[in-house]
Design a protein around this ligand. Structure first.
Ligand SMILES: [Zn+2]
Ligand SMILES: [Zn+2]
Length: 343
């Protein structure tokens, strides 16, 4: 994928998209509206996936589905029934690897990692990307959707998670390994509201609006009483992170942390004035040297981050260094991990 085509996505609507939209307005039914959206998601996924720094061994990376070259024979919309074509269930994980649980009695915050290239629960499909289900004080929110909707829904099914209970979807940034599952999710849960950044572009935002409600986020925008987004943090690839206020401090969930994991933490603290309890998700440190990672870990300590749960694009070396530095406060997480933060 060329840099030019990447810029093209962000700069506006290409000619071929304008032509397609004209034809779309003239002839498409409500059903093909959703199909078109999924095609565009696939195109975006394919175009942008080349921008993702491959940090894990190449064998653990799975290419996104090839983008269709025309709208004449659109890819079928993934459905719940198509999920059964995925690999059979493997043996369950050892008991000691379940539920990294922190502190005392009640469990008002539960974060379940539904999509990750880091393996954990061997019953689930491991694939490049990130998605996490956040359940807090009666609210259920999905942060990112992984790359492939069939895998996302299949992993939910294996964990007995009903996708129709999801009230909000927040997408961290416009990379296919975080947005690719949205179409399949909206097919089974069209009532959910989707929180998008302005940097997703008008064309993408309009396509999602054809299916459900879209909220374009502003900095520090609340999603529920206790959950907010950082809003768009600028950079070559703009991004937002999820911030959950708990009595222990902030729990910050990041997708890829392209603008810099330390900048994201600093933004969350600036917005809330609350110290950080835990940072979880992709830290994007695969291209960093040992010295650079050590500096970043020092920044985590300076900012008072008590616990860390890095995965996805963090990189194996950085994950190992965080594990050494944080010891018992490092949570080994991957697909299927359930993190309970108890009060
Ligand atoms: Zn990314
Ligand atoms: Zn990513």
């Amino acid at each position: 994928m060329s840099k030019h085509s990447f810029v093209h996505i962000y700069a506006g609507v290409p000619v071929e998209q304008r032509e397609r939209r004209r034809a779309f307005r003239a002839s498409h039914s409500a059903k093909t509206l959703l199909t078109d959206m999924l095609i565009s998601l696939s195109v975006i996924s394919a175009l942008l996936s080349g921008c993702i720094v491959p940090i894990s061994p190449s064998s653990s990376l799975t290419s996104p589905p090839a983008a269709p070259t025309s709208t004449a024979s659109p890819s079928p919309i993934p459905t719940a029934s198509s999920i059964t074509t995925l690999p059979p269930i493997a043996s369950p994980i050892p008991a000691e690897d379940t539920l990294p649980t922190i502190a005392s009695p009640v469990a008002p915050l539960t974060i379940t990692i539904l999509y990750n290239n880091v393996p954990f629960d061997t019953r689930l499909t491991t694939d490049w990307g990130f998605s996490a289900l956040v359940e807090y004080r009666g609210q259920i929110l999905l942060f990112d959707t992984g790359k492939d909707g069939r895998i996302l829904l299949r992993n939910m099914q294996l964990l007995s998670i009903d996708p129709t209970r999801i009230q909000y979807v927040v997408l961290s940034h416009a990379h296919g390994d975080h947005t690719g599952g949205l179409g399949a999710l909206l097919e089974v849960d069209p009532q959910t509201s989707v929180y998008l950044l302005p940097s997703f572009g008008d064309s993408y935002i309009r396509q999602v609006q054809q299916v459900t409600g879209v909220i374009e986020v502003t900095p520090g925008q609340p999603i529920t009483e206790h959950i907010l987004t950082t809003g768009e943090i600028s950079g070559a690839i703009p991004e937002q992170a999820l911030v959950i206020r708990t009595p222990d401090g902030l729990v910050i969930v990041t997708g890829c942390a392209h603008p810099g994991i330390v900048r994201i933490i600093e933004r969350a603290v600036e917005l809330t004035g609350v110290p950080v309890y835990m940072v979880l998700g992709g830290f994007h440190l695969g291209d960093k040297s040992e010295a650079e990672i050590a500096t970043i870990i020092g920044d985590f300590r300076r900012l008072g981050v008590q616990k860390v749960a890095p995965s996805h694009c963090t990189g194996e070396r950085a994950i190992a260094m965080f594990a050494t530095e944080y010891g018992e406060d490092f949570l080994r997480t991957g697909v299927g991990s359930v993190i309970n933060v108890k009060e």
